[in-house]
Design a protein around this ligand. Structure first.
Ligand code: ZN
Length: 415
């Protein structure tokens, strides 16, 4: 297969426009075929990983081990692979004809995803009817047209569908944070449309009136952003009840150097921002020795965690499963070698694991975890593949989201 790809790439320069268009169409069909093959492959793996009732998976169609294996092997986050696997499973079982069309290159993945997403609330029989009707007709000129036709069919079959979809979507409301460059981050909230609109209107009103002072050069966008932060945090920092951890060198805090500080859970921030946060007694301050990086002082705050636990959370910052981004505040401290098996409560035997990967480690059909040196782990998958995770490496900047170049390094049997 790789040889064919190389040959086509080499021959591309000799194609005229008409041939190039024909090739683009052919590639689109092949892409669909590959997507179909991928769905079949994921489902096949899930079938080989039956649910483990002892791990609380009774009633599930397959074990969560499958998604973790795919995530580690493909370098994706476990959450992403869980949702992709669930979609693949659903498509294979409820929309088998559409999947066959995808695998044959007769239907593209965007249209199949629409067919899947818009019919989730229907019964299996209604779904089969929509599937058959849509596949019998033309593929229409564009995905939006395709979606509109599905919407009309669904509305006719199940007038309550819109209400059901709204209820379902509403259970998935959420707030999320994603790191951006330059010391910024994006805070997202997925809310009901009416809550979202009301919140936006309120922010907008305040930004246009109250927040406006003479000589204010901020844009309206910046004023809205400031109003949002002020409303949620309280206008005065004393009202903040969250605890942010800032790590900075002694020299940086004393303004002797401009080494970047670190906001735990986010990553490097400019020295000046680190100083401003650390100067505020309500943020936790962590001093590090600039030569060795050794933690000198972890500051003193209300939660009486043992110093060791803080040290582990400070060094690892996130769940140490390949690609898992769960932050330290939501992760458990796990003895890599169980305490009952003689494992010590020490820096080289403690690891941060989120609930899911804590469970994955402890189940007998699951993963094995070894800690080679403090903060450096090897995960061995159920198929015997191994993945190295270094939570201490400078390259990661303390953000395991980008940290796991996890190529399999051995295929020895898992014993
Ligand atoms: Zn995890």
């Amino acid at each position: 297969m790789d040889g064919v790809f190389d040959e086509v790439l080499a021959g591309l320069a000799g194609c005229d426009a008409s041939e190039t268009l024909a090739l683009a169409a052919r590639l689109a069909r092949l892409t669909a075929r590959l997507e179909g093959l991928t769905v079949h492959t994921h489902v096949h793996l899930a079938r080989q990983r039956p649910p483990n009732p002892a791990a609380g998976e009774a009633g599930e169609p397959y074990s969560s081990v499958a998604a973790d294996e795919l995530a580690a092997e493909l370098g994706q986050s476990p959450r992403t692979m869980s949702s992709r696997l669930a979609t693949a499973w659903d498509i294979a079982h409820d929309l088998p004809v559409a999947l066959a069309d995808l695998a044959a290159g007769l239907l593209d993945h965007t249209r199949l995803a629409a067919l899947h997403g818009l019919t989730v609330c229907l019964t299996a029989r209604q779904r089969a009817f929509v599937e058959a009707t849509m596949l019998a007709g033309s593929r229409l000129a564009s995905p939006p047209q395709w979606r509109r036709k599905i919407h009309r069919l669904v509305a006719r079959l199940d007038p309550d569908a819109a209400a059901k979809r709204r209820r379902r979507a509403h259970t998935e409301r959420r707030v999320a944070i994603d790191a951006l460059d330059d010391g910024m981050a994006c805070l997202t909230a997925v809310l009901s449309a009416e809550d979202s609109q009301a919140i936006y209107d309120r922010i907008n009103q305040i930004a246009r009136t109250d927040a406006r002072t003479d000589g204010d050069s901020r844009s309206i966008d910046a004023r809205r952003a400031d109003v949002l932060a002020a409303l949620l945090l309280g206008n005065r920092r004393e009202h903040v009840t969250v605890e942010l951890q800032v790590i900075a060198c002694v020299g940086t805090l004393a303004s002797l150097d401009e080494n970047p500080a670190e906001l735990v859970g986010y990553g490097p921030i400019p020295a000046s921002v680190g100083r401003a946060l650390a100067a505020d007694a309500h943020w936790r301050r962590v001093l590090t020795d600039p030569e060795t990086g050794t933690v000198l002082d972890l500051g003193h705050r209300r939660v009486p965690t043992p110093a060791l636990a803080r040290l582990v959370r400070h060094q690892q910052t996130r769940c140490v499963f390949p690609g898992c981004g769960m932050p330290a505040t939501h992760a458990d401290l796990d003895h890599t070698v169980a305490h009952t098996h003689g494992g010590r409560t020490a820096l080289d035997n403690l690891g941060l694991l989120c609930r899911r990967h804590h469970r994955a480690k402890h189940r007998r059909d699951g993963w094995r975890l070894d800690q080679l040196q403090p903060g450096v782990f090897t995960w061995t998958s159920p198929t015997g593949r191994t993945y190295r995770v270094d939570s201490t490496s400078d390259e990661e900047g303390g953000r395991p989201a980008d940290n796991t170049h996890s190529r399999p390094t051995s295929n020895s049997a898992f014993g």
